[in-house]
Each structure stands twice: as structure tokens, then as C-alpha cells.
Design a protein around this ligand. Structure first.
Ligand SMILES: *Cc1c(COP(=O)(O)O)cnc(C)c1O
Length: 428
């Protein structure tokens, strides 16, 4: 018999169910991914038990309008019927085949057809893995070791992209990552002058979504494209968020700037775990078994993820929701801006397509340092106020709200109504 000593949890919210509070002690911080702890807004993890379309419910039946949307993965909303149908059909034929199957090629083709710079795809289980693998291909191809990245970019938690941001890394990685401010071509050029000869790849979120939404300034991406081509450096677009979010072609389709390697995740898995790296055939051929860069996985190309991904990308291709969800996101941005003006609360809304971030800031936000300068206390007040009103927004000022095709005008009105109450309480 194992007896488990129950440790009382301090500061436990009264509404949390006993089994939920008990669960907190078995999970580090009560979560499996740090941002879910709501620490950035001084809150407690929210335990959801059910979700459908644009809404989620906790286990007491409290309903929330969801703008977290699986951190961007759920562009068709929670449990969209085409994806459910595909999953049921797949389940009836077997879950894990352990060998190659048709849907892997089908999903790869859907990506290749949508993204001109991609001729071949390798599937993985997370965006983290996709970014790790892309960096390895770039190093192998160039024979160089350094990765040039941008302050505020997030590329998963692989060791090669975490230098300086996590404990537990080997000293040999020190200096392997060079970080420059986003949207600063002069700083980029300076870093290239210093390190260019050792740089294997430039790794960037073409529209940043992990310092809040920060679009590239006009000319910034084309500057990177030109410089990397000239220096024989691999340009990696991390489109884990933007892929199939900013249109079928992602950010590179929107701006007309091709990457050498592209990483995907989130949307392409239709709500199931996935990651992918894609690029030209000659570059992708570096991967084993054709080449010398190792990547593999028990669950790579998992039949359920492939089925959900195929159903999602077909739906996006055949019934593109982009115009409608971008309009809803624009209405949200306009509404929040108007509320700020009405109540004398300084806000800046950064929007790209159907994703947006509210910064409680006087000035524009074009980089991580400007994002960090926005008022966190007000953001927390807003996010917590919305949560109490049944509207879920990401519990961090450096994340994005996502509008899905399951959202309607009424959901946007719900967000704006709750925001109105919060903004009113902020009036001087
Ligand atoms: C989410 C994310 C990743 C990591 O993907 P995981 O599936 O969480 O490992 C990488 N890059 C970007 C831009 C992301 O937003």
C-alpha cells in the first residue's frame, strides 16, 4: 500500500475542486508548460475540462470564450467536425502503424502545394523538434556553428536555441547563439560583420508572436533574405505560428520572401502534436536516411496527427476562413483602441491577420525591449478582469490572442464588453 501524504496548498482558490487542487501537487507548478501557471498575471492555473468551437468549460461548468485557442493551433476552433470525422475514421483503422502511411505524404503535399519554398517535408512531434532539426541541417550544410536569432523570438526549447535562456546547458554552447533586436537592420548588419563567417543560419519568426505580436517593419525580412543569400547562410523562417495562419502560404507567402528552411507546427496538426521542417529537396536531402543529419521518432508522422492535419489544411484550402477571421481580429483591435481612447488608457494593438496583442503602452511596439516596456500591471488587470468575466486571453503580455473560424461577432462583443469594464476601472 502506498500512502500519499496530502500537502495543503497555500493560496488555493476556493472554487478549485478537491481533485484539481490535489492534482497541483503532482505537477510541477501545477502545469506542464510554464505559461499555463498564470504567474505573469499573478493568477492560478485554470483547469479546463471541456471545449467546443470558441469556448471552454471548467469542471464546474463555468463557460469561457477562448482566445488562447491552443496557442494558435486551433484555427478552426475546438473540435471542428471535419477534424473529428477524420480522427474517428483513422481510429477505426488503427492508431499507431509504426511504418510509413499514406496520410504522411498527403499532409506533406498539402504543405508543399501551399508554400513554394518547400519541396520536401519531415514530420516531427513538436515545433521544438522541428527547429532543432532545421538548425542541425543548416550547420551540416554550411559547416558553421552559430545561429543568429532575434531578441524575443521563440523557437521551442531545444538546446541549440536556448543558449543563455535556460540552466542545464553545456558550456560548449556558450556563444553559439548570437541575438540581435528584432526590426533592427543596423544591429543585424553589425552582428554579421562580427560573426557572419561563423553563422550557419539566421532563425526568425517572420512575424513575431512570442513577444506579443510584432510584425516586421517594411524591408526588414527582404534585408535578411539578401544578406543571408550573399553570405551563404541558411535563412530559417519559424512559421510554427504563422504557417497557415497568415494565409495558406504563411508569412513568406504574405510578404513574398522565400525561406531556405521553414519550420511548422501548431495549425498543421489540427489540434494534435506535430512539428515539421521543410525546404528545397537538395537541402532536405541532408536528413537521414538520405544524408548525415539524424532525425527520427517513434511518433513522428503519427497517424492521428496526420489525419487531423490533413482535414485541417483541406478545410483551410477549400473554405478559407482568412478574410472573415482577420476582419473579426481587426474589429477586436479597433474596439480595444476605441475603448483606450474613450477611457484615457494608453494602448497599442499589434495585429497580423487573425492574431493580435494588446500592449498597455504609449508608443509603438516594434521589438522585445519596447514590448517589455509596456505596463504589465495593467495587462494583468485586464487579463484577470476578462477571466472573471468568462473571457480567456493568454495570461502573459508577451503572447497573442488568436481568432478562429469558430468565433463570431458575439464573442468579440463579449471580449470588448469585459474590456470596457476593466478600462473603466483604470480611468484616472
Ligand atoms: C510554439 C512555438 C514553437 C515550439 O513548438 P512546440 O510544439 O511547443 O514545441 C516554436 N516556434 C514558435 C514560433 C512557436 O510559437
Amino acid at each position: 500500500m502506498i500512502s500519499i501524504q496530502r500537502i495543503p496548498i497555500r493560496g488555493q482558490a476556493a472554487h478549485i475542486h478537491p481533485h484539481v487542487s490535489e492534482g497541483q501537487q503532482y505537477l510541477v507548478g501545477g502545469v506542464n508548460s510554464p505559461v499555463r501557471a498564470f504567474k505573469h498575471v499573478g493568477g492560478e492555473p485554470l483547469w479546463l475540462s471541456r471545449s467546443r468551437a470558441a469556448q471552454g468549460w471548467d469542471d464546474r461548468g463555468t463557460r469561457y470564450i477562448d482566445f488562447i485557442m491552443g496557442w494558435g493551433a486551433l484555427i478552426l476552433g475546438h473540435n471542428p467536425p471535419p477534424v473529428l470525422r477524420a480522427l474517428r475514421s483513422r481510429l477505426s483503422k488503427g492508431m499507431l502503424l509504426g511504418l510509413t502511411h499514406e496520410a504522411e505524404a498527403e499532409l506533406a503535399k498539402l504543405i508543399v502545394d501551399a508554400v513554394p519554398s518547400v519541396e520536401q517535408v519531415r514530420f516531427a512531434v513538436s515545433g521544438t523538434e522541428a527547429c532543432m532539426t532545421a538548425v542541425k541541417i543548416a550547420r551540416a550544410h554550411t559547416g558553421r556553428t552559430k545561429t543568429l536569432m532575434f531578441d524575443g523570438g521563440y523557437h521551442g526549447h531545444g538546446e541549440s536555441v536556448m543558449a543563455g535562456q535556460s540552466a542545464g546547458l553545456p558550456a560548449v554552447l556558450e556563444g553559439s547563439v548570437v541575438t540581435v533586436p528584432f526590426n533592427d537592420p543596423a544591429a543585424f548588419d553589425e552582428a554579421m560583420r562580427q560573426h557572419g563567417a561563423d553563422v550557419a543560419c539566421v532563425l526568425i519568426e517572420p512575424v513575431a508572436a512570442n513577444m506579443g505580436v510584432v510584425p516586421p517593419e517594411p524591408g526588414f525580412l527582404s534585408h535578411l533574405r539578401e544578406r543571408t543569400t550573399k553570405a551563404g547562410i541558411i535563412l530559417i523562417f519559424d512559421e510554427v505560428v504563422t504557417g497557415f495562419r497568415l494565409g495558406l502560404g504563411g508569412a513568406q507567402g504574405l510578404f513574398g520572401i522565400p525561406a531556405d528552411l521553414t519550420t511548422f507546427g501548431k495549425i498543421i496538426g489540427g489540434g494534435l502534436p506535430i512539428g515539421a521542417v521543410g525546404g528545397s529537396r537538395w537541402l532536405m536531402q541532408r536528413l537521414a536516411p538520405e544524408g548525415d543529419v539524424y532525425h527520427g521518432g517513434t511518433f513522428a508522422g503519427h497517424p492521428l496527427s496526420m489525419a487531423a492535419g490533413v482535414a485541417t489544411l483541406k478545410e483551410l484550402r477549400d473554405n478559407p476562413p482568412y478574410e472573415r477571421i482577420e476582419q473579426l481580429a481587426d474589429d477586436t483591435a479597433e474596439g480595444l483602441t476605441a475603448l483606450g481612447r474613450r477611457h484615457g488608457v494608453a494602448v497599442r494593438i499589434n495585429r497580423a491577420g487573425s492574431m493580435l496583442t494588446i500592449f498597455f503602452s504609449e508608443g509603438p511596439v516594434r521589438s522585445k525591449s519596447e514590448a517589455r516596456a509596456a505596463r504589465k500591471d495593467r495587462f494583468a488587470q485586464w487579463a484577470n478582469g476578462l477571466r472573471s468575466a468568462g473571457v480567456l486571453v493568454p495570461p502573459s503580455p508577451l503572447e497573442a490572442l488568436f481568432v478562429s473560424s469558430a468565433h463570431t461577432r458575439r464573442h468579440i462583443e463579449g471580449l470588448l464588453r469585459a474590456s470596457h469594464t476593466v478600462f473603466k476601472s483604470m480611468e484616472a
